[in-house]
Design a protein around this ligand. Structure first.
Ligand code: SF4
Length: 330
C-alpha cells in the first residue's frame, strides 16, 4: 500500500501501522512514541505522543480523518496521506501531551539515573513548554524495591504499560501490573511480591523514563561519562548480546542493545545483566554506535553537533554535575 507521510511516499505491506511506515522512511518525520514498543505485542495506544493528522484517508475514500489519530494503532490505507511535523495542529497537540505527561512527573532529571537516555526528557526538550498550568499537588509515592536489583520510583511513572507487557510476555510468572484507575493507577507487584525470574530485568530497559532503575547502577555515574561497548557471551538463557557501559576499566552496568528508537534488539537474561560485570566474561566486539545528537556522545563524538544540541548538552551537564554530587553525598 502506498502511503505518503510529510510528502515522502513509501510502499508498505497491508496491516503496517502509520508509525511503522514512518520508521521505514526514517528521519525527522517519525512520530515519537513513549508507550509503543515493537517487540511487545499489544503495546501502544496509551500515551498519545505519536498523534498524526490523516489529511487524506485513502485513494477510495479521500476524506480526511476528523480527529488526530494515534499512528502506532492505525494501519495505513492505500493512497493515505499523513502529516506529522508538517502539521501545526499535530505539533500543538504534542505540546499538550507533553504538558499532560509532565503533570505528575517530577523534574528531577539532575538526580535521575535515566537522564541522558530518557525519552520524556527528549520529548519535553523538543515539544515541551516552560510553564505548566497545573495548580494541584503532584502525586507522590515512596520508592519501592522490586526484588533486590530493581527499584520503582512510581512518582516518575507515566503509565505506559511497557513493563507490564514485559512481565506478561517475556517472563513466565507475572507478579506485576497496574492497579487502580485514573489518578489512582499505579504499578504494583501484587502484595509486594518481587518480580523474580530470569527476564525481569528487562523492565528496566523498556521503561522510557526513570521509573524502573537498575539498583546495581544507581548513582554510580551519569551515562554521558560512560563508554558503551558491544559484547557477547555464550548464554544458555538468552541471546547473550549486550551493551557494556564502561567507566575506565570497570563495567558499571549491562543492558540490552538498543536501536534508533530506544528499543532493545533482543531481550537479555538477569545473569547477563546483573552477574557478568567483568570484562573477562565477555567477547568485546567494539564501541556502540551512538547518534551524534545524543547526550551520551557528548564526551566522545567526532563529528560536529548542531549548535542547539551542543547547548542542550552543556546546560544539562552543568546542572547535573552540581545536583548529582549533592545526591551522592546524601
Ligand atoms: Fe511505563 Fe516505566 Fe511506568 Fe512501567 S514503570 S508503566 S515502563 S513508565
Amino acid at each position: 500500500m502506498k502511503v505518503t507521510i510529510d510528502g515522502i511516499s513509501i510502499e508498505v505491506e497491508p496491516g503496517t501501522t502509520i508509525l511503522n511506515a514512518a520508521r521505514q522512511i526514517g528521519g525527522d518525520i517519525v512520530p515519537p512514541a513513549m508507550c509503543y514498543y515493537s517487540k511487545l505485542e499489544g503495546s501502544g495506544g496509551k500515551c498519545r505522543t505519536c498523534l498524526v493528522k490523516v489529511s487524506k484517508g485513502s485513494e477510495k475514500d479521500p476524506r480526511p480523518m476528523p480527529k488526530l489519530i494515534a499512528s502506532c494503532r492505525t494501519t495505513v490505507m492505500d493512497g493515505m496521506e499523513v502529516q506529522n511535523i508538517t502539521s501545526p495542529e499535530v505539533l500543538e497537540a504534542r505540546k499538550g501531551v507533553v504538558e499532560m505527561l509532565l503533570i505528575n512527573h517530577p523534574l528531577d532529571c539532575p538526580i535521575c539515573d535515566q537522564a541522558g537516555e530518557c525519552h520524556l526528557q527528549d520529548l519535553a526538550y523538543e515539544h515541551g513548554s516552560d510553564a505548566t498550568r497545573y495548580e494541584f499537588d503532584r502525586r507522590t509515592f515512596d520508592k519501592i524495591d522490586i526484588g533486590d536489583k530493581i527499584q520503582l520510583h512510581m512518582t516518575r511513572c507515566i503509565l505506559c504499560y511497557r513493563c507490564v507487557f514485559v512481565a506478561d510476555q517475556i517472563t513466565n510468572t507475572r507478579l506485576h501490573g497496574i492497579l487502580g484507575r485514573g489518578d489512582h493507577s499505579e504499578i504494583s507487584t501484587y502484595i509486594s511480591k518481587a518480580v523474580d525470574n530470569d527476564f525481569s530485568g528487562n523492565v528496566i530497559d523498556v521503561c522510557p523514563v526513570g521509573a524502573l532503575t537498575d539498583k546495581t547502577f544507581r548513582f554510580k555515574n551519569r551515562v554521558w561519562f560512560t563508554k558503551p561497548v558491544e559484547a557477547h557471551r555464550e548464554c544458555d538463557t538468552c541471546c547473550g548480546k549486550v551493551t557494556l557501559w564502561y567507566k575506565g576499566e570497570e563495567v558499571l552496568r549491562v543492558t540490552g542493545r538498543k536501536d534508533t528508537y530506544g528499543e532493545v534488539e533482543e531481550f537479555i537474561c538477569n545473569t547477563c545483566r546483573f552477574d557478568k560485570k567483568a570484562t573477562a566474561d565477555w567477547v568485546i566486539e567494539g564501541p556502540t554506535k551512538v547518534a551524534h545528537t545524543s547526550v551520551i556522545n557528548s564526551n566522545h563524538y567526532d563529528t560536529m553537533q548542531p549548535l542547539p544540541v551542543i547547548k542542550k548538552n552543556l546546560v544539562l551537564m552543568a546542572a547535573n554535575k552540581v545536583e548529582f554530587e549533592k545526591a551522592v553525598k546524601h
